[in-house]
Design a binder for this molecule. Structure first.
Ligand code: CDT
Length: 306
């Protein structure tokens, strides 16, 4: 008997700077209802799903900034998602901005199964600038707003599967996937907010979707895992954000791809046992040579030849 599960990328279109959470939550609940009627068991929402992608601005007004963060999860408004999860018996991955009781800020995701949080991750590869740089055409101030994630790359046994979580820029780093692969991950959920163009590196503009897909397709194949990656897409506050939400098989093939830049549910029934053949092909225990990989953990930046 194959281990079948129906998963969906729950892509969101743009969210305005002043759009209230209540409106975003209504849009998300509609996707959950639609997912439930089409038999979805897991919905993957984007990174920072509840608000606009505010790190494109240098916000000095603490009251405005603080409104982008969740101090409790579930909180009074996000409780609706948890109730829907319980009522519809549907699980979800949610990216959001977390503020701890000590005031620390993280770019976070959670895995919620039937209304209960069963996994939590804080983004490890936090990209962009640590300070406002007026010479740049596009600001990406995640490093100004967020700490580096401190929970490691963990897997969670849920939905009859071994699930891992990553957030946006993590998908560009093979180490993120390998650490999950070494824990036998079968399904990786990832939300993202990626500009469709890089005005400060325009030579990459025509390759943006390629650079989004190629590391995830390679990593799915090399680690024998499914990947569900979900965008916050479309023209958000004058900035074009990439769509191309996707579901990638352990073969490395893209088996579903979004076709809008708006709220869209992209579902696929996947066989978790398809991971087995690829995990056998890349038999880590037999073929990996960790004694030759020391530099990966000893060095951060590239240096002299050894
Ligand atoms: N959200 C996020 O991590 N975005 C980055 C943009 C980096 S380029 C400014 C990404 O890797 O897509």
């Amino acid at each position: 008997m194959p281990r079948l599960i129906t998963v969906a990328a729950a892509q969101l279109g743009p969210i305005g700077r002043k759009e209230p959470r209540s409106s975003v939550l209504q849009r998300m609940l509609m996707l959950m209802e639609r997912g439930a009627t089409t038999g979805c068991q897991l919905l993957v929402f984007p990174e920072m799903a509840l608000t606009t992608f505010f790190p494109r601005w240098h916000i000095e007004d603490e009251a405005e900034l603080s409104a982008f963060f969740e101090r409790e999860m579930p909180g009074p408004e996000t409780m609706q998602l948890f109730e829907a999860s319980r009522r519809l018996r549907i699980s979800f991955y949610l990216g959001y901005c977390e503020q701890t009781p000590k005031g620390e800020r993280y770019n976070t995701s959670i895995l919620v199964h039937n209304g209960d949080i069963v996994g939590k991750y804080r983004k490890i590869h936090v990209p962009g600038n640590p300070v406002y740089d007026p010479s740049l055409k596009l600001q990406h101030l995640e490093r100004w707003y967020f700490r580096d994630g401190d929970l490691g790359f963990k897997t969670f046994d849920a939905l009859g599967s071994r699930v891992g979580m990553l957030i946006c820029n993590d998908r560009r780093w093979p180490e993120s996937f390998r650490v999950l692969g070494l824990q036998g991950v079968e399904l990786i959920c990832l939300g993202y907010n990626s500009p469709a163009q890089l005005p400060d590196m325009p030579e990459q503009n025509s390759l943006r979707v390629f650079h989004h897909l190629v590391p995830m397709q390679a990593a799915a194949y090399q680690n024998g895992t499914w990947v569900v990656a979900t965008a916050k897409a479309g023209r958000e506050e004058g900035c074009d954000m990439m769509g191309s939400s996707c579901i990638i098989a352990p073969s490395g093939e893209v088996v579903a791809l979004s076709y809008t830049l708006d709220d869209e549910l992209l579902s696929c029934t996947i066989d978790l046992d398809m991971t087995t053949a690829y995990k056998k092909f890349f038999d880590f225990g037999l073929y990996r040579r960790p004694e030759c990989y020391n530099l990966i953990v000893e060095r951060k930046a590239a240096g002299n030849p050894i």
